[in-house]
Design a protein around this ligand. Structure first.
Ligand code: ADP
Length: 390
């Protein structure tokens, strides 16, 4: 049996999935090593959900990502039958030029390392497992799938910031992220709602990272995320859109260092910062503290505002799609958000919404509202397979 390994590496966790290639792609393994460098813990499940591993490791056994990658590789070699034909990697940043997935070699990897200053928290983690595999198994086909690629068809006008143009040339531009999720959802929508999928659609990817994307005829034309994954909507711990004057104030009046500012904006802000309670929407929904209410009200308010911006970009709206953790699992949040789209003519069917059906709007709603579960790993596996087939 031929298999494809999908790797999604973060700063302290390594997620991986194995897909069998037999006509179509079938998920066989879903695993995660977290607590890398602190309290390493490996969980692995089979495609049927059965638990295959649930183990703690001493910190010194898994001090970093390369060690985690080696350990996962050993586990797969010993315990998993199948012939690995390729590895697909999630790469947060493909820079301005990568419009589609690319086969990895030393030259490509060096090129991707150049984008580390554009995504200092993610890019090095994404690239570390590639290096390990290139060294240990140079003959293995590796494919880079970029979170930015799906947005590369934007009108350059939309991707500019209004600062001197030389910075755009240097790479300071709006890239947009969550592209693999949007690409998957756009593809699903074309299957399940072909009439609507070709129209003007907003997809809201609401997970611990959150953004929205305007799709026209299945292609991204705008995204709420820009140069980094900090822009647009407030997220679990990230601030979302902020007046740059606030940053100047914090630097000048609070004497913050760039590292402190980075921590504040990426790790201490968003729902966590506003509520003072949690970055998890479930905790906030369960709490009656005023901070929890403020955080959720603000989140919904900003989603409504940004939906207006994206609908204006599209000159109207045919459908609104929810995806990712909050979007897929929370009828209450969907209800609150669709209320903000009432002026566009969106109206939710409570029964469909509570049941989490594919179509959750009423039959007479002017805007169709869908819930489409995302699957970034499957998207990566598909890209990887397509690239080796070509
Ligand atoms: P990631 O961005 O890490 O991939 P997910 O897309 O899985 O995350 O989303 C995780 C978030 O989804 C959690 O932090 C939580 O806030 C939210 N979430 C998950 N399930 C529910 C639920 N039933 N109700 C509300 N929010 C939920």
């Amino acid at each position: 049996m031929d298999t494809i390994l999908v790797v999604n590496a973060g700063s302290s966790s390594l997620k991986f999935e194995v897909f069998a290639v037999a006509g179509s792609l079938t998920r066989q393994i879903k695993g995660k090593m977290d607590g890398i460098g602190t309290a390493p813990h490996l969980t692995i499940k089979g495609g049927d959900g059965a638990r295959l591993a649930n183990e703690d490791y001493p910190r010194e056994t898994v001090p970093n990502l390369p060690a985690a990658m080696r350990l996962v590789g050993e586990w797969l070699r010993e315990r998993h039958e199948g012939r690995l034909i390729a590895v697909g990697h999630r790469i947060v940043h493909g820079g301005p030029d990568h419009m589609r997935p690319a086969r990895i070699n030393e030259k490509l990897l060096d090129g991707l390392e150049q984008y580390t200053p554009l995504a200092p928290l993610h890019q090095p983690s994404n690239l570390a497992p590639i290096r390990v595999l290139l060294e240990r198994q140079p003959q293995l086909v590796q494919v880079a799938c970029f979170d930015t690629a799906f947005h590369r068809g934007h009108d350059p006008m939309a991707d500019h910031y209004a600062i001197p143009a030389r910075y755009f040339d240097e790479g300071v531009r709006r890239y947009g992220f969550h592209g693999l999720s949007y690409e998957y959802v756009a593809g699903r929508l074309a299957e399940v709602a072909p009439g609507v999928g070709g129209g003007r659609v907003i997809v809201a990817h609401l997970g611990s990272g959150a953004s929205m994307c305007a799709l026209y005829q299945g292609r991204s034309v705008e995204s709420t995320l820009g140069f980094t994954a900090l822009d647009g909507l407030p997220m679990g711990t990230r601030c979302g859109q902020i007046d740059p004057g606030v940053l100047l104030y914090l630097l000048q009046q609070h004497g913050m260092t760039p590292a402190q500012l980075q921590d504040l904006l990426y790790k201490e802000s968003g729902l966590k910062g506003l509520s003072g309670i949690s970055n998890d929407v479930r905790d906030l929904l369960a709490s009656d503290a005023p901070g929890a209410k403020l955080a959720l009200d603000h989140f919904v308010h900003r989603i409504g505002l940004n939906a207006g911006l994206l609908a204006a970009t599209l000159s109207g709206l045919d459908a609104f799609v929810f995806t990712a953790g909050v979007g897929e699992n929370s009828p209450v949040m969907r209800e609150r958000i669709v209320e903000k789209l009432g002026w566009l003519g969106a109206s939710l069917d409570p029964k469909r919404n509570n049941a989490g059906e594919l179509l959750v709007s009423r039959d007479n709603s002017k805007i169709a509202v869908y819930v489409v579960p995302t699957d970034e790993e499957l998207m990566i596996a598909r890209h990887t397979l397509a690239l080796i087939a070509a």
